[in-house]
Structures are given as C-alpha cells and as structure tokens.
Ligand binder design. Structure first.
Ligand SMILES: [Zn+2]
Length: 702
C-alpha cells in the first residue's frame, strides 16, 4: 500500500523496489508503477555513503588496454573492465549493495542532508507553505523522538480499533474500506488506485488492487528462501507483541497469518505476469464486481472508497480476487483481522514509536544482509526527503541543471530514434504494415528531460503542520497519503494531461512509460559516469546512449510492444509476427536461464523485458558507431563500467527473486556475448568464457 503513495506523492520513480519504504516485491506496486520500465532497480539503501573518489566518477572508463589484470577480458569482460573500480569498493556493514545509481543517489542525498541540517539549526521561522518551512518542520517531527513515543499510532488508533473490534465480515470490510478511501491503505480487499486506462490512455480508470502479500510470492514459494520467510514470520510475531498481544496470542496469530498468506500467494500472479496487459486488464462493471465479490457489499464499499458510479473497474488479479472472496467468511474473521492489523503495523512502522521502528529496521537488514543499522540521523534525513520529494526537487534543479547537457542529450536521443527506425526496417520477419506502425511509435514518442515545467499539484497540496501546532510525524505522513488520494480523485473524469511528471528530478534513473509512449530522463541521470561532456562520443554512447536506447527498446519489449503509439493496449502485430516474437523471446529466456550469480540461476522469465531492452540497446549503439574500433572499445568499456556493482549474498537473493533486471554482471556479459560487434573488435576464441556461437546469440532487435 505504501506503493500507492510512493507512486504519486513520492513519485513513481521511487517505485520499483526502492528507497526506505518500497520494500518487497512488485506485488505491492500500483499498476502505473508496474507499467513503467526503468533502467535500474531503485534500491538505494545499499549505498549509505558516497565511497568513490571524484576522479573515478569523472574519468572515462577504459575498455581493453595493455594494463596487466588478473582476469582475461575474453573470459569475463565485466571483471576485467571493473577490476580496479571494484577493488576500491568495500561494502560497509550498513550497506547491502553498491552501484553507480546508488553512489550518485548518495551524493544527491548528502547535499539534501546539508540543507536539512542548515534549516534545522538556523533558528529562523519560514513562511507557511515554503519548501524551507515544510522541510524544517517535517524534520522536527521526524527527529523528535519524545513526540513520536507520545504519539504512538496517533490518529490511526481508532481505525486500528475498528479492525480489531469488527464483529463480522461486513464490519471488517467496512473498516478496511475506510482505511483505503481515507488514506490509501490496502491489505486484503478494498484497495484501489486511479491511473491511466490501459485501453484508452487519455482517460483515467479505477484499478482494484491486489492483496498485500507481505514478503511476497517469490519468497513464500521460493526454493532457497525458507530462512528469509522464517525470519519474516518472526518479525510478524514480534510486531504483534509490540502491539500488545501476549506471547501466546501473537504466536497463534502469526500461524494463522502464515496460513492465509500461503493460500493467497498460491492464487497470486507472478511479477512477470503483472506486466502483461492480456492478464491484468480485466474490465468489470459494478454489478460484475458484485458477482466477483459475493461476500462483500460492493456498492457500499465503492461508496466508502469514493469511487462509486464508474462505468468500469479494472481488476488486476482476478484469480486472487476470487481467492480473497472465498476467504471472506466468518470462520476466518479472526485470522483476517490479524492479517490486516499486521499489514497496518508494518505500513506504519517507520513512522511510529521506536519499538516498531527497530523491529522494522532489523527485518529489513536481515532480508538484505546488512549487519549494522544506520544511525538514527541518517534514517531521519532519508525519511524527510521521502516525505517531501517535490520540495527537494525544486531545490535540486536550482543547483544542478545545465541547458548545454540537455541539448547534447537531446541530440543523442534523436540519433538513437533514427537508428531504431533503421533497425526496425531491417527486420525480415515483420510485414511492411507492422514496420510502419513501429516507426510511427518512434516518431510520436514523447521525451521528458530534466524536470517538469509545472510542478505536480501534490507538491502544494502537501502541507506540514509543526509540532507546536499539534502536528506529528504520523499525522503529517497521513496528510501525504490523503494528498495522494485527493490528487488521484481530482484526475478521475478528466482528460489525461501527458505533460505531467510523476518522477522527481533528483531521481537517478530513466524510464519508459508505455501508457504515454514516452521516455523520461530526470535531471540527475545527466551526469558522470553516465554522461560527461569531456568524454569521447563512443564513451557517451556506451554511457547515457545505452541508457536512452534501453528506454526506447522498452517501446518494443514483450510488454511495451502490445501498446500502440497513443499508449493504448492495442495489439498491432499479426498472429504470425507475434508467434515469431514469442519464439525469439523464448530463446532469450533460455539464454539468460543459463547465467547464475552466487550459485543461484537468473530467472529468464522474470527478466525477459529488461533483457530484450538491454540487447536492443546494444544493437542500437553499436550500429550507430559502425566499424570504428576505438569508439566501440570506448562504448563497451563505459557501459561495463556503469554497471559495476557489489552486493551482499542476501541482497543478491532479493534481486534474483524480485528484480525485473538481470544482475549487473549478467547484464554486461550476457549482452556482450550476444553482440556481433564485440567479436569484430576483440579476439574471442571458442574456448573463451565470453564466447557464444553465432547461432546461439539472442535478441529481438538485431
Ligand atoms: Zn528497463
């Protein structure tokens, strides 16, 4: 449920598994988040501190050179190029992960922290509604532990009581509907989200959310994840004790929560299925919704949610909805109440009193393999930034945005779109009519770079009440939730404004949004090592060029290809072409299934879309470069350098289970081993580790 808030208030950019809150699986994502493809997983918790010297960021990476190294590039190009860089990276006990996205995020974050510190200590009073007032007062609420202890669950207490005191299913569902309608909480039933309609992306529709599956289906059903599930169930138990249950009550409740959870997960879509509109776009009228949820008074629920009277409701996971309905019977009442109570405690944990904060932090750290907790101050600083993303965004762009860099990147985007047209026209398996439609999609693709001309309405709607006027962290957090819902409800019934941004400029990432047929490059990605005006063209093509081409490729990945140039889910391929696409996709799935990290296989199905985008991006930038060997060497080197990373074993397990991207090392080596130009410039023999026979090389866009 926090995902819903992240999507709107904290910007969708933070969504795919990111930052502080956005913990577990994509299961908890809103449909809009699921639709948007990003270049990187957005987990920043890994890099608490900036660890890399300025010159390492600024220097162009070398491809193959004469420096003696422990690894041969012919066997492992990723290790060869990154050997020096990775030797400087030692994961701190507080870190789970290092990569350039996290590194740059740490730099941005520490600048924002300086601003928070200055405001916190300046003794001044700022005008209501200014970013300075909001940041200063929010930080006071976040860091005033006395106030947090005193507040407890604060304004949420009566809502929690209404779940705990529900005497029947009807009262239970009503309690959940109030929490969903007023704050956006969703646990079992009644969660919803307003987003662009997939079949007509100029309109907004109501999507009925799936249930919160806690640690997520992948962990619950995984073969190698039992220790993490056990750890999570301990966390459930401890949270219930913290809430005031006796040890016996908490243990019994945890058991029944686990039973429900396993039952729900068995009827829940996989992450990759969530990206497939054929599976997730299911239109229901209110009457049909009543037939789906026979154990719920649907009319009453929709009224409480504030979304009654719509012509249609989109059910994302129909099988799960059927399962939930079957569980909504009196004999399950206590288990359902316990399940929803825990979800609520889990959602509120970071904002609540120290007992909950500590348990939540401990669970997160165990899941990711972090052995030492962040200090309070760092956690408070991060929370403050998460709660006021757009206010920090306005500050960020004042300091960091160069018109010249923007123009250079625009020129590169044009070059890449043109090259893609050539690549599409070369495909022998596509008919002329289909090629024309694909080219149309390129020609009409919207480009967003930097930051919005107009800031989202949510920025000003979000106001912060200081402690001196009765505010608290929880009350202000709830305001941010209400603002998110209010902003969505205001959109319902209006035409979609495609110039709106839901990604903050300080986000280190890039995205493709199929519903707007648009690519998005926030201001913060336009910096070294991704883009550097002093680097060679080859290096910048391997840097930001690869990022751009990856995003453009998403318009034609296994999910993006099902949307037309207007962003509507509308299949524009012939049956024969789709069959060929499917055949090529299957070979990509099998190709990636052969790679492994830390002894665990990559999931070729989960990572298919991102792998298609990576493979297509490499075709595109090498086609632009042609046979210039130095430029190819620069491009391969820079791309490899930009994907350097280090992970704890637990975090790698988390990525392999939930991230739609392949692990970074695989992203590099698997793509290069399938790239003909790589073999053209380097002497790779059949016996070398990087060698893949020409007939076994994969890709849709070759
Ligand atoms: Zn991507």
């Amino acid at each position: 449920m926090k995902k819903r808030i992240l999507a709107l208030v904290l910007a969708a950019a933070m969504a795919l598994g990111t930052t502080g809150c956005g913990l577990f699986t994509v299961q908890n994502e809103s449909p809009a988040d699921v639709a948007k493809d990003s270049i990187a997983n957005e987990f920043h918790k890994g890099s608490q501190e900036s660890t890399i010297a300025e010159e390492d960021i600024e220097d162009a990476a070398a491809g193959v050179d004469s420096t003696p190294k422990e690894v041969r590039y012919q066997d492992d190009y990723y290790e060869y190029v990154n050997q020096n860089l990775l030797s400087k990276i030692e994961l701190a006990a507080t870190d789970a992960h290092w990569d350039w996205f996290g590194e740059l995020n740490a730099v941005v974050s520490s600048e924002m922290e300086d601003i928070i510190r200055e405001l916190a200590g300046d003794g001044k009073t700022y005008e209501k509604g200014t970013p300075e007032q909001k940041i200063k007062d929010m930080y006071e609420c976040v860091s005033n532990t006395e106030n947090r202890e005193k507040t407890g669950l604060g304004p949420l207490k009566p809502y929690m009581d209404s779940i705990r005191n529900a005497k029947n299913i009807d009262e239970y569902v009503d309690a959940l509907a109030h929490l969903s309608g007023e704050f956006g909480f969703s646990s079992i039933v009644g969660g919803y989200y307003i987003s662009q309609d997939k079949a007509d992306s100029s309109e907004y529709s109501v999507y009925m959310m799936y249930a919160d599956t806690l640690i997520g289906k992948e962990y619950i059903e995984g073969k190698e994840t039992k220790e993490y599930v056990d750890m999570y169930l301990d966390y459930v138990n401890d949270m219930l004790v913290e809430f005031g249950m006796s040890a016996g009550e908490a243990a019994a409740s945890t058991d029944s929560i686990e039973t429900l959870l396993r039952d729900i997960c068995a009827s829940t879509l996989t992450t990759e299925q969530l990206y497939d509109p054929k599976i997730t776009y299911n239109v229901y009228t209110a009457k049909e919704l009543q037939q789906l949820y026979t154990n719920v008074d649907v009319d009453k629920m929709l009224k409480t949610l504030g979304v009654s009277g719509q012509d249609k409701y989109i059910v994302i996971d129909v099988e799960q909805a059927k399962k939930i309905n079957s569980l909504l019977v009196e004999e399950n009442l206590q288990a359902l109440k316990d399940y929803s109570s825990f979800v609520m405690l889990n959602d509120v944990a970071e904002y609540a009193s120290s007992g909950y904060v500590k348990l939540h932090d401990k669970m997160q750290n165990s899941l990711y393999g972090i052995t030492e907790s962040w200090g309070d101050e760092k956690i408070w600083m991060d929370l403050t930034q998460d709660l006021l993303p757009w206010d920090f965004g306005t500050i960020y762009v004042k300091e960091h945005f160069s018109q010249e860099d923007k123009e250079a990147v625009e020129a590169m985007i044009e070059l890449i779109l043109k090259e893609y047209e050539t690549i599409i026209n070369k495909q022998e398996w596509m008919s002329d009519a289909t090629k024309q439609k694909a080219v149309k999609k390129l020609e009409t693709m919207q480009v967003k770079i930097g930051y919005p001309e107009e800031w989202p309405a949510a920025k000003d709607m979000m106001q912060v009440t200081p402690i001196s006027e009765g505010g608290s962290l929880i009350s202000n957090w709830l305001v941010s939730m209400q603002v998110a819902i209010e902003a969505q409800l205001q959109q319902l019934g209006t035409k979609v404004d495609r110039s709106e941004w839901d990604v903050t400029p300080q986000t280190i990432n890039a995205m493709y949004d199929p519903l707007n047929n648009e690519i998005i490059f926030p201001a913060a990605i336009l910096q070294a090592p991704f883009y550097n005006s002093r680097n060679s063209d080859g290096a910048n093509l391997g840097g930001i060029g690869f990022v751009i081409a990856h995003e453009v490729s998403h318009a034609f990945d296994s999910s993006g290809a099902l949307y037309d140039e207007f962003g509507n889910y509308n299949v524009w391929w012939t049956d024969e072409e789709l069959a060929e696409y499917e055949r090529l996709s299957q070979s990509i799935v099998e190709y990636y299934n052969n790679y492994e990290m830390m002894g665990t296989k990559v999931n070729g199905d989960l990572t298919l879309m991102e792998n298609i985008a990576d493979l297509g991006a490499m075709t595109c930038i090498t086609s632009i470069i042609g046979d210039d060997e130095d430029a190819l060497d620069d491009a391969f080197g820079q791309m490899t350098y930009n994907w350097a990373s280090a992970d704890t074993a637990s975090f790698m397990m988390y990525l392999l289970n939930t991230d739609t991207h392949s692990p970074n090392k695989v992203r590099v080596n698997a793509v290069l081993s399938s790239c003909d130009a790589f073999y053209d410039i380097y002497d790779i023999a059949e016996t070398d580790g990087m060698y893949v026979a020409p007939e076994d090389r994969v890709g849709i866009w070759r």
